[in-house]
Design a protein around this ligand. Structure first.
Ligand SMILES: Nc1nc(=O)c2c([nH]1)NC[C@@H]1CN(c3ccc(C(=O)N[C@@H](CCC(=O)O)C(=O)O)cc3)C=[N+]21
Length: 294
């Protein structure tokens, strides 16, 4: 069984990005600049935003973290987004999710200028990705594509089953795996909460992408011998033996499924770190004007 190591791959990607930044600077260009807006004090969000800021430093990006109170109004947040949209010093902008209930994710996402939408969440980028046009592909799907590519996983003509149809993982994944370029050309089945006889379907998957958001949902009896399994789940569960008091598990029962799979991503150390590396990659594209001309 091949362990698909997202941690190692994300480090490789970050050193490639670091080399690109060094080249930009050598030619007198300015370092790519990522801005992140964090509303409130949600623990996990602070961890992730902290990891993103640290990753920016690691690759030589500029980064700006804007922290707003949980009680910030939607209007005030939209104003901050617009200020960053207009700030030519900043190449990429993300608004860390989730947002407080009184704020519309749709309105805030739509406010982000597509040229700076390095999360790839705006309709402009989702639409372009769907059409196969140059776009900032959402960080998690892009990270999965990079893992499949760098581990030379065979995809053409294979049956890819995606579990979960979220707009930031499942749905874009189903499009990317069917498109006519490697690692695509799969026959794709997109499953979700209304799918009947799910195990009958997942057992026919050569490539199984699990983004259902349920801890250890996928068990060995749901997986075909020799399948490639990509676990997008990330759940913190109490574990007194850990210093942090919790451990991370995914949507897949790792041990028993790894015994059947030909390749599998672990949690932690799989798709998660790739999400950050992909965000940095999109920010580099934004800085170089490679998707939207400056
Ligand atoms: N606008 C926005 N964009 C996001 O991309 C976004 C977001 N909001 N909200 C939350 C999710 C979650 N997310 C992760 C980032 C890194 C890891 C990651 O590095 N995980 C490590 C473990 C990190 C830890 O120790 O907790 C791993 O799986 O190995 C996981 C999840 C990005 N998100």
């Amino acid at each position: 069984m091949l362990l698909i190591d997202g941690k190692k791959t994300s480090e490789e990607i970050k050193s490639e990005i670091g080399a690109s930044v060094a080249q930009i600077k050598e030619k007198g260009g300015k370092a790519p600049h990522l801005a992140a807006i964090l509303v409130g004090n949600d623990g996990a969000s602070q961890t992730y935003v902290g990891a993103k800021v640290k990753a920016c430093e690691q690759v030589g990006f500029e980064s700006t973290l804007v922290r707003l109170e949980e009680t910030v109004t939607e209007e005030e947040l939209l104003k901050v987004v617009e200020e960053i949209n207009q700030n030519d010093e900043i190449d990429g902008l993300i608004v860390q999710l989730p947002l407080p209930k009184h704020i519309s994710v749709e309105k805030v996402t739509n406010k982000i200028k597509p040229e700076k939408d390095v999360d790839g969440f705006t309709p402009a980028n989702v639409g372009r990705m769907t059409l196969g046009w140059p776009a900032y592909v959402a960080a998690t799907p892009y990270g999965i594509v990079e893992l499949l590519k760098r581990y030379n996983i065979e995809t053409s003509g294979k049956h890819c089953v995606v579990i979960g149809r979220s707009h930031i993982v499942g749905s874009p994944m189903s499009i990317l795996m069917a498109r006519n370029e490697y690692p695509g050309n799969c026959t794709v089945t997109l499953t979700h909460s209304r799918t009947q006889n799910l195990p009958e379907i997942t057992k026919t998957a050569d490539i199984l992408i699990v983004a259902i958001g349920k801890p250890e949902f996928v068990t060995a009896d749901m997986v075909k011998e020799g399948a490639t399994v990509i676990d997008v789940g990330i759940h913190r569960i109490a574990d007194a033996s850990k210093k942090s008091g919790f451990k991370l598990i995914g949507d897949v029962q790792f041990d028993e499924v790894a015994a059947k799979a030909s390749a599998i991503t672990p949690v932690p150390g799989g798709v998660g770190p790739m999400t950050i590396a992909s965000l940095l990659y999109n920010t580099l594209l934004a800085a170089e004007g490679k998707v939207y001309s400056k």
